[in-house]
Write a protein that binds this ligand. Sequence first.
Ligand code: GDP
Length: 440
Amino acid sequence: DGVKALKINDTPLPKSKNLDVLSEFEKSKSKKSASFVVVGHVDAGKSTLMGRLLLDLNFVDQRTIERYRKEAESMGKSSFALAWVLDQRTEERSRGITIDIATNKFETATTSFTILDAPGHRDFIPNMIAGASQADFAILVVDAATGAFESGLKGQTREHALLIRSMGVSRVLVAVNKLDTVGWSQERFDEIEQQVSGFLSATGFQLTNVSFVPVSGLLGDNLVNRSQDPAASWFTGETLVKELENSEPMVRALDKPLRMTISEVFRSTQSPLTISGRIDAGSLQAGDALLIQPSGEKAYIKSLELDSEPVDWAVAGQNVVIHLSNIDPIHVRVGDIVCDPKSPIGCIDTFTVKVLAFDILMPGQVDVHRGRLHASGQIMEMPALLDKVKGTVVKKNPKIVKPASVARIRIKMGSKVPLEAGQRVVLRSNGETIAAGLLE
Ligand code: GDP
């Protein structure tokens, strides 16, 4: 309506300090930052391990753990206390599983880490994808207990490894967990290392980017502190936290055009329209003009925050809260992309994607997920079956693509969506992940 439009247009534009954000960032850099996703079969011990890691790094106090322990005991699940450090919501507690990407931060002397905790439950794959699409590397937790590793392999271990690989994650730390249950058997560790190396390299991981650490998440052995158990003395490698510190974050696209996917839209004390999300590429500062896609509307940055502190600028890799001005809230939704009006992301309805199939693929209906955006589309054609490792064409126009194969497929969406080459997407159908890969 006219009155509203007038108000939006008449609001004075926020002032810019015209900072050179990249040199400001260089000056401010004290620690490197990295994010990782935690994957593995349900019950492999992912939440327990991360809870213990935070406890041993003094990021949770003993009192909190004690409180969780009492609550857990009253529910008859005493072993879940450590896991609750990560799964802080009541609904999750009563179900005993992780249901969303709980982001947790912690720091060591050299690095500040963000844990994108991934759930192991089958229904929660979309959250894991959202986590993997932001991760620099992954911790794959496997359960060394007798029989558990083998059933995990038949379960989600393999699926998760395929998924993170096809989402572009190349570095994996394998935490061979619960070694306390097998008396710290080196033989068991070696057997698991051999098998996991085998399937990781078959999935396209380079083994030079894969490390194995024998741990007990429950007792805290080889996480931050070396195992004191004499039976574990055969292990002379690095602890899990040292391996984390040694993992180089992916090169961030700081000097690329701005791209940020909106993960939340809300009203705040600062502005009736506040958004948050992780900056995927580029940088921004107060006063900048932004373009919101797919609406194509312009907005301005009134002010911004990092970790609840007001700041002048932010760069790729950071999770930022932005207070907007000069835009009508109807043009802004979760899953939309915020970009630089001078080099905006285009909106397309047809694209080619190189995918890893988890299920049989054939032409037909699919849901396309990119971060928090999801929309329905159709597999129109499948031009090529590709070599899994080399990416060369093995067969043209296959009728179907079998699980665990890599293929190039063409997709048509029901409407135009902001997508561009290099983005990670996931295809789902009837609630199951059927493929994941990169836009070409
Ligand atoms: P998640 O589903 O992968 O997050 O697994 P949880 O962290 O919830 O752990 C599943 C179960 O394994 C719980 O009962 C934990 O107490 C137990 N557990 C986890 N890590 C260890 C470990 O290192 N040793 C032993 N003995 N049990 C563990």
